[in-house]
Design a protein around this ligand. Structure first.
Ligand code: 3PG
Length: 321
């Protein structure tokens, strides 16, 4: 995978767990639980002697998994990690020699930064993605917004103090490529073989990242007259109609389609934080994407899509918040 593909993978998945593993013989079980939980990705930190062997075992047993190395403090460790199968390198701080070794060897690297000076140094080394660490103690989402002013070209991987309660605010921040953290793969969960719990925590994190919000129910009508007739029938319930080019909305929660829309009975619309990420997420659940339903924002990114499958005769679509 190229650097651009790895970073796109991070963005579409939205999360990179930070692993501290004490016993490499547990690496396969850990990888299996993470993949089952919907996170085929890990940053294995060189905070234990087992890191190198764990990277080797995880990438061999699950080649589809993107395994990288964290807490890489020097070029020698970066080299060991890459030889063991690491596909990306992460450091807690910015070390020029490590960055240059990675660039020379074509390995994506995200050094840690938490001040404008460090971001500037990273940018001048030619980096477009940096790790914002330690995120919560360095000002969190507010700091990220402020850094976005002078450095609009930089995207951040954010770790340090992120948990299920605050991950959504990070996921919504425009300059966050992906969030990271250790809560779903804590060392004691691994040491005590809590594979089901790890899987459940991974699944919870990936679901929360999407920020699903129910938007509206769509009802199919037999043409505009029928749709108009229905809007009149909803009005006594205090709902205010407004027309679009293809439907009437009653408040914002019921949409009456002028022509028979998708879905045997109609459709259900959800709002999400990031449409590309949710596309990746629903594909991982086995849905297929109805590409003929796409609509795009001004930058040419998909901002709306249906899946081909229906639930109880209702088509499902997702759109950007
Ligand atoms: C890291 O190295 O990125 C952090 O240790 C992860 O932070 P957390 O343990 O607070 O999630």
């Amino acid at each position: 995978m190229t650097e651009a593909e790895i970073f796109e993978f991070f963005h579409n998945l939205g999360i990179v767990p930070v692993v501290k593993i004490d016993d490499a013989s547990k690496a396969e079980k850990l990888a299996e639980a993470m993949v089952k939980g919907g996170i085929p990705c890990a940053e294995v930190t060189f905070r234990t002697d087992a890191a190198e062997e764990a990277i080797r075992r995880m990438s061999t047993a699950f080649p589809e998994m993107i395994v990288g190395a964290g807490t890489v403090l020097n070029p020698e460790t970066a080299e060991r990690a890459v030889k063991a199968g690491a596909k990306f390198i992460v450091s807690p701080g910015l070390d020029e020699d490590t960055v240059k070794w990675c660039q020379k060897n074509g390995v994506p690297v995200t050094p840690g930064v938490c001040t404008a000076s460090e971001v500037q140094k990273g940018v001048n080394l030619g980096l477009k993605v940096l790790k914002f660490f330690p995120a919560e103690s360095s000002g969190g989402v507010k700091m990220l917004k402020d850094l976005g002013g002078p450095f609009p070209q930089v995207k951040f991987m954010t770790t340090g103090g992120i948990n299920p309660d605050n991950l959504e605010e990070y996921a919504r921040a425009k300059n966050v490529l992906a969030v990271g953290g250790s809560w779903m793969v804590k060392a004691d969960l691994i040491n005590n073989d809590k594979w089901d719990e790890i899987e459940a925590l991974c699944r919870e994190a990936v679901t929360k990242l999407q920020g699903f919000e129910f938007a509206h129910f769509g009802i199919n009508a037999n043409g505009k007259d029928d749709a108009e007739d229905m809007t009149k029938k909803f009005s006594p319930f205090g709902m205010v109609p407004s027309a679009t080019s293809k439907s009437f909305f009653m408040d914002k929660t019921i949409e009456i389609m002028n022509e028979n829309g998708r879905g045997k009975h109609g459709h259900i619309g959800y709002k999400v934080n990031d449409v590309a990420r949710t596309m990746n997420y629903v594909k991982s659940l086995g849905y297929t994407i109805a590409e003929d339903s796409f609509s795009y924002d001004a930058k040419g990114n998909v901002k709306f899509f249906y899946v081909n499958e229906e639930i109880g005769g209702f088509a499902i679509h997702f759109m950007a918040k």
